[in-house]
Design a protein around this ligand. Structure first.
Ligand code: SF4
Length: 371
């Protein structure tokens, strides 16, 4: 498989967009989307700054984001350029995963148009794209999503049914969100139930009903995730009847601490599997599946279709590494699922690691020779 084509595509795209953006290009290059490495779920893209939804379990307010929202200042073309010039980003089908919706709600009246603008641009490069929301969508938005990024992975957050309003005071009823999922599925969109964060006493109590409703809407994939809390989230949850004192030891004002919740996650996973769902422990699994790919890059895999894990040779990796400025030798191990790369020359080994993980969809171990 020719991996060097991703570098060539990146150069050509950057040149074209730079010409189109003119003097604005240098400002865009200073945006954090143009610099930071991807998170485990992919390259996170902010469609807005802040969020007024005030969900009780939300961590963004501890990260300094405001409780009101404005659209992210980059236009669609500018955001595409920011990603394309980001050294860690590989553009194209099978390239770096994109994830939207992590630190703001992408379908608020203030952010919807910006989100659609980003989706339209991301659709042109065909990278795997994922978006999460807890809002309902009108037909126009649904048709535009399907038109711009038909291979998108759509995550609908549902963490409670009966008492959802205590946790998500400004979100629409879960039944209406599930109805939106049905309409998305009708136009061919891959939709997953995003049962994250699992809130003890709420999510586990309603899990079976949530899953049955999702199943009847045509959803076949579930992404699960446990809760992380700061002191503020811990206290807010306590006020609505969630006592986590036996699930978390040490709290921090700003740092998110994971609660002990694997028992709940496992029981919901079992229930979901019994009902015929594919269950993923990380959101990127659903992104891989929606994009028609396969991945064994971490212990949570395999995700998607194992027959679709890219067919790459040692030579493909050596050539890509050379293009990125590295002189390496390569070994496959663990039945071809792991790649060990020994670097003789080259600097930013994180960059090499990120590119190889994203493009080979395998676990990559990079060793610097002589250190
Ligand atoms: S194996 Fe699955 S969970 Fe792990 S990185 Fe790949 S898609 Fe994500």
């Amino acid at each position: 498989m020719d991996l060097v084509k991703y570098v060539e595509r990146k150069r050509k795209l950057a040149e074209r967009l730079e010409q189109e953006l003119g003097s604005r290009a240098s400002q865009v290059r200073s945006d954090h989307h143009a610099r930071r490495p991807p998170r485990p779920c992919g390259m996170t893209v902010h469609t807005g700054i802040g969020c007024p939804m005030a969900c009780v379990y939300c961590y963004i307010y501890d990260m300094g984001f405001p409780a009101k929202v404005k659209p992210y200042p980059l236009t669609g073309k500018e955001m595409l350029y920011a990603l394309v010039v980001n050294p860690y980003f590989a553009p194209g089908p099978g390239g770096t995963m994109i994830a939207m919706g992590a630190v703001s709600e992408p379908f608020l009246p203030e952010t919807r148009d910006r989100t659609l603008e980003y989706l339209r641009e991301f659709g042109t490069i065909k990278n795997p794209v994922q978006i999460s929301t807890k809002l309902t969508l009108d037909d126009d938005t649904i048709f535009k999503i399907a038109e711009h990024v038909p291979h998108i992975s759509f995550l609908m957050t549902i963490v409670a049914l009966r008492d959802y309003r205590k946790l998500e005071p400004k979100a629409p009823p879960p039944e209406e969100r599930i109805e939106t999922c049905r309409r998305l599925i009708n136009v061919g969109i891959h939709v997953s139930a995003f049962i994250r964060p699992i809130i003890p006493g709420f999510t586990d109590r309603d899990a079976e009903d949530i899953l049955n409703l999702c199943k009847s809407a045509g959803i076949r994939t579930v992404v699960l995730g446990t809760l992380r809390v700061t002191k503020r989230i811990f206290e807010n949850l306590k006020r609505v009847g969630v006592d986590l004192s036996d699930r978390v030891r040490k709290l921090s004002a700003t740092e998110q601490v994971p609660i002990r919740g694997s028992d709940l996650k496992e029981s919901i996973a079992k229930l979901a599997e019994k009902l015929g769902f594919r269950v993923y422990e990380a959101a990127c699994g659903a992104n891989i599946e929606a994009a028609g790919l396969g991945c064994v890059a971490c212990e949570w895999g395999p995700c998607g279709d194992v027959n679709k894990i890219p067919d790459v040779s040692e030579r493909d990796i050596v050539e890509l590494s050379k293009e990125l400025g590295f002189d390496v030798s390569v070994k496959f191990r663990n039945k071809d699922r792991e790649i060990v790369v020994e670097v003789r020359r080259g600097r930013d080994t994180k960059l090499l690691q990120v590119w190889l993980k994203e493009l080979t969809r395998r676990r990559v171990i990079v060793k610097m020779l002589g250190r």
